[in-house]
Design a protein around this ligand. Sequence first.
Ligand SMILES: C[S@@+](CC[C@H](N)C(=O)[O-])C[C@H]1O[C@@H](n2cnc3c(N)ncnc32)[C@H](O)[C@@H]1O
Length: 386
Amino acid sequence: MTERFEVEVERILPGGMGLAHAGGKTVFVSLAAPGDRVRVRVDRRQGDVLFASIEEILTPSPVRVEPPCPYFGRCGGCDFQQLPYEVQLATKADMIRDCLRRIGRLENIPDFVVTGSPDNWRYRMRATWQIDQEERTIGYYERGSRRVCDVADCAVLLPELQEKLEQVRATEWNRFPRGLKHLDVVAGENGVSFAPPFAEFDTRELMLTIRGEVYNYNAEAFFQINPSLLGPLIDFALGDASGETVLDLYCGVGLFTLPLSRRFKKVIGVEANSSAARFARRNLQRAGLTNARVITATVTDWFRSDGTGPVDFILLDPPRAGAESAVIKGILDLGPAEISYVSCDPATLARDLKKLVGSYTITSIRGFDLFPQTHHVETVVRLRKQ
Ligand SMILES: C[S@@+](CC[C@H](N)C(=O)[O-])C[C@H]1O[C@@H](n2cnc3c(N)ncnc32)[C@H](O)[C@@H]1O
């Protein structure tokens, strides 16, 4: 029988769930606000932790707001719409701090803020739209399931992507490639790119200018989600770094590689996705930057097979899983004077920092809210060799 009971949500945990306790058990409540008194339904249990959904809000948290999106709760995309934007930012700072303390076992964490996004709705320039050809639905996975939530209007998409979502949705089903299950889309200054291409939706090459650097990319290569904070993100991640040699690990299409090439004599970028690596090379070439080399390899393989001489600065920006152990070991062996770790997951960031702080001191931290209305947050940690 489904278990139901009343709890009070104490705080929001990294990962975005509300923390509550009932009958000696820990309860993780989805889509909660701190201070909510709610009746929950247990969806599943994992060890001693119960994962629950709100059935009824008995006394709403004083900070709770009405989520404006009609798909909120069903769509698996946004999970913070119940929180006002300033509470989202404060919660994300707490999440980062919590991970650094609990997972990273770090003490004396420097004070930091999470910089808000100038646009906290209609900001997303990249998305993956799920497609169910049998059900004839297009949108995002439903919360906790692989069913596609049919989304006609996504409130966090840039207007030009929303327009394309409507065009894709208006396309006759017989024009979709058989078996197409999802579509990657990304916007730029000169249109929208789709992968895979179909009907009139092509994998066109796009352009975006950030801090005077021109980046070309398409929907096959990683590009950051929120263009409005990329300038400040680059500024903080690079600080006043300059010198002889720099490594840009997990470099994508070269977001940091281009500005690094203007400050260092020699730059090595490493990127596993061949399409992204090709764009990075072309972006450097078009900018006339001949002092950078981009290698197509996993960072682990590159560390295994390649030796560089001394390195002054390492910037790493791994995917959510963080850096592989061999990569952290490789960084420690190279022993650069400074490291800048750009992360989209505070938990894996904290795990990796734990291994670095024996030899490095954290000099500064800043969060960047690249993902408003969701629990996700970008964090940059700057470290100096002890
Ligand atoms: C978070 S993105 C950062 C990209 C770039 N720094 C930027 O800001 O646009 C992570 C990048 O790492 C690449 N990647 C994932 N796993 C990798 C690995 N094991 N080795 C090298 N690159 C990897 C992805 O293709 C992606 O481009």
